[in-house]
Design a protein around this ligand. Structure first.
Ligand SMILES: [Zn+2]
Length: 260
């Protein structure tokens, strides 16, 4: 039996481990609720370092490089609520439904994750209960408290410039499924600034590939934006400030355009 099998449910996160959710309350009356599924890269002490070299924890496979810095600057600029996941998506991916094949990835962009091999049902549920469900419960509570107010969910992500050897040309992408309204508006505003913008690039948003937007926005009929920013553009503070300022300027414009 592996070390991970010996863990009891509820004893997974210890006192030294961070709370899975970082919640920043709204500061002004804003239509936006910001969520950041892949902001963090913490690993519960019970999992050691997942059996991978430290350098792998610096890579895009562990988290969305740069997006926490964008979100933390965008939030006060908008006065909006921000909900961040603190744990690495290599522990459990909070933008995947429970039990999804890549929810607890056994391999990511060519890197085998020893702590994620042949997980039992119990081991998987321990991670869901400790990390995935508390995060989505906070988003649910935030949206439940706003049912009488116009609301748009803004899901913040970043993508690696090179995936499996292929270089990606877009500065940013907007991802959508059934409701593309806000995506198209924001894509147009970004293009007006001379940026190369993908639509459902570099990823396609579907009910099965994603979890946060289908669960919290589409199921409630809320408009949403899932934006992916290329990581080399926001790897340093200057780029994070630039993109936070850009989104703080464009999101209210997009919201007004949506409301017309
Ligand atoms: Zn992401």
């Amino acid at each position: 039996m592996s070390l991970y099998n010996t863990l009891r449910r509820g004893a997974f996160l210890t006192e030294g481990d961070p709370h899975p959710v970082r919640y920043f309350a709204e500061e002004v009356c804003s239509p936006f609720v910001l969520v950041s599924d892949h902001a963090g890269r913490a690993v519960p002490s019970a999992l050691g370092r997942l059996g991978i070299p430290e350098a792998e924890h610096e890579r895009h496979i562990a988290y969305d490089i740069g997006i926490q810095g964008v979100g933390r600057r965008l939030r006060p600029a908008l006065g909006a609520a921000l909900i961040e996941q603190c744990y690495s998506r290599l522990v459990i991916d909070c933008n995947r439904s429970p039990g999804h094949p890549t929810s607890v990835p056994p391999v990511s962009d060519g890197t085998q994750i020893p702590a994620n091999q042949a997980l039992s049902e119990h081991e998987r549920r321990v991670r869901e209960d400790a990390i995935l469900h508390p995060y989505h419960a906070v988003i649910t509570a935030e949206l439940d408290a706003r049912t009488e107010r116009p609301t748009a969910l803004i899901a913040l992500h970043s993508f690696t410039p090179v995936m499996q050897g292929v270089r990606r040309p877009w500065h940013a992408g907007v991802l959508f499924n059934r409701d593309s309204r806000l995506s198209h508006i924001v894509a147009g505003l970004l293009r007006a600034e001379g940026l190369c913008v993908g639509e459902n690039e570099p990823y396609v948003l579907t009910d099965t590939s994603d979890y946060t937007v289908p669960l919290h926005a589409e199921a409630r009929g809320l408009p949403y934006l899932e934006i992916e920013i290329r990581q080399d553009l926001i790897a340093d503070e200057g780029g994070q400030i630039e993109w936070a300022e850009r989104l703080a300027r464009l999101l209210p414009q997009a919201w007004r355009a949506l409301s017309i």
